[in-house]
Design a protein around this ligand. Structure first.
Ligand code: PAF
Length: 281
């Protein structure tokens, strides 16, 4: 496994791989790797000749009051995990390497960056879209891998790839969960033990919603009410949003039909967690 810190070297590596007719699987991350990331790496390892993992905590996707400074960083542990998983390259640029002084170009995405998390994290998806496009221009991959947990991010990246004609497949893999249902996230590390005990309520409330739909409930408002009611039973939990949206367009729905995403963001203490499930009628 090699560690590359320069953009030019990373691009040269990809040019060589392409010349050798090897495929590249790319897993963009912000580090603090967990089993969710490993599932993406394993999928890449299975499908592609070379696996590149990027580790870059992207300042452009953090808002003013957010956790950029305290976001967990542990390159040693991350690189050990990557080595164990058979990763070929870690791309680990500095902020100065990624954002040259006077950086001027940012990517905006229409519609998909309106509801869900975008309402509460202004500028977040502009930052995600910008860094992902930059990364795709640095790591010329055949396949890129993302998790379903960040479903709005996943839809935005699929739109970028389609609309800006990147010659790569976007692979969205299922959310990996703890045994009690809590979706794996680097931010789970912030939870105290009592908050950690409350946190599975996110997934429990989504599963309750799935049950309601299975039993014939089609009124999105009533389902959202039930989810909020269940979450408010936990002392440390405060709902930021619960939405039911079309699975492709992410537009809010009043009546459940077709394939829908039930998505939520909840503060557990000071930690903001997100989760979602896809339900097909
Ligand atoms: O999902 C993440 O970890 C980040 O948003 C990503 C896609 C690596 C961009 O910084």
């Amino acid at each position: 496994m090699i560690i590359i810190r320069s953009i030019a070297k990373m691009q040269a590596y990809c040019r060589l791989a392409i010349k050798q007719k090897k495929t590249i699987g790319f897993v963009p991350t912000m580090g603090a790797l967990h089993v969710g990331h490993l599932s993406l790496i394993r999928a890449a390892r299975k499908k592609n000749d070379y696996v590149v993992v990027s580790i870059f905590v992207n300042p452009a996707q953090f808002g003013p009051g957010e956790d950029l400074k305290k976001y967990p960083r542990n390159f040693k542990a991350d690189s050990r995990l990557c080595q164990k998983e058979g990763v070929d390259v870690i791309f680990y640029p500095s902020t100065e390497e990624m954002y040259k002084k006077g950086h001027k170009v940012y990517i905006e995405v229409k519609d998909l960056d309106k509801g869900l998390c975008a309402k509460y994290r202004p500028g977040h998806f502009r930052g995600v879209a910008t860094v992902v496009i930059k990364l795709f221009n640095i790591v010329s991959c055949d396949d890129a891998y993302f998790g379903q947990k960040d479903i709005q991010q996943a839809r935005i990246i699929s739109a970028l790839v389609r609309d800006l004609n990147f010659p790569l497949n976007v692979n969205i893999l299922p959310t990996v969960r703890e045994i009690d249902g809590l979706a794996l996230s680097s931010r789970n590390a912030y939870l105290t033990s009592s908050e950690r005990a409350d946190a599975p309520v996110l997934f429990d409330s989504l599963e309750q919603a799935r049950c309601l739909i299975k039993n014939g409930q089609r009124d999105a408002g009533k389902i959202i009410y039930k989810i909020k009611e269940m979450i408010s039973g936990k002392e440390s939990a405060k709902v930021q949003y619960v939405e039911i949206v079309d699975a492709d367009t992410l537009e809010p729905l009043k009546k459940i039909k077709g394939k829908v995403v039930i998505a939520l963001a909840v503060f557990i203490g000071k930690t903001r967690l997100i989760d979602n499930i896809i339900v097909k009628i």
